[in-house]
Ligand binder design. Structure first.
Ligand SMILES: [Fe+2]
Length: 192
């Protein structure tokens, strides 16, 4: 019997990606190259830190799907011609994966933006988001968010340096750098 029979619906992330992205288009190619890089990086971090007991299968699935909502957003430089503001790609992704029946994966979509977005920030910056904390909580969520920071979608093949990441995230406040530095320690990244 299928081992997933009594658990969740079996996860086939490529099927979900192919439902929303058309094979061979610029957006498809960008999506796949970005999420593959993030997945590879996240799995590398998890494997080098067995003490964290991260679920590798979940990391692969959720990292491949973390940006599933971008097609609904308006970001023409990365071939996204939807209507919604880009900052909503996380909550849109959450909605898509919830409909698919993957509530745990859907939280990765909602919580992965930068080092996470707090309720306080949403209110203070008047962001078009529901007023709740959207910060990575589980170890898998933290690893995927950390890995995502190394890759921009504008230059999917290039990996950013630690200093570049710090410079980028500092635009949203110094506390972001603290979160990132804590992750570097948690993942023994300086020793990887
Ligand atoms: Fe991403």
């Amino acid at each position: 019997m299928d081992k997933y029979f009594c658990e969740e619906i079996k996860m086939n992330y490529m099927q979900i990606i192919n439902k929303h992205y058309t094979f061979g288009t610029d957006l498809y190619n960008l999506y796949i190259s970005h999420v593959k890089k993030v997945t590879e990086k996240a799995l590398g971090v998890a494997k080098k830190n067995p003490q964290l007991n991260a679920d590798l299968k979940f990391i692969e699935e959720a990292a491949m799907l973390h940006d599933i909502g971008i097609f609904m957003c308006n970001a023409p430089t990365i071939f996204c011609v939807g209507k919604e503001p880009y900052i909503q790609h996380g909550i849109l992704g959450r909605h898509i994966l919830e409909i698919e029946g993957f509530s745990k994966h859907s939280l990765v979509c909602e919580r992965h933006t930068g080092t996470g977005i707090t309720k306080k920030e949403i209110i203070k910056r008047n962001l078009p988001l529901p007023q709740r904390d959207m910060i990575p909580i589980s170890i898998e969520e933290k690893i995927i968010s950390f890995a995502d920071l190394f890759f921009s979608k504008l230059h999917p093949e290039r990996e950013k340096s630690i200093d570049e990441i710090k410079k980028d995230i500092s635009k949203h406040g110094v506390e972001k750098i603290k979160v990132f530095e804590n992750w570097i320690k948690l993942f023994n990244y300086d020793r990887l």
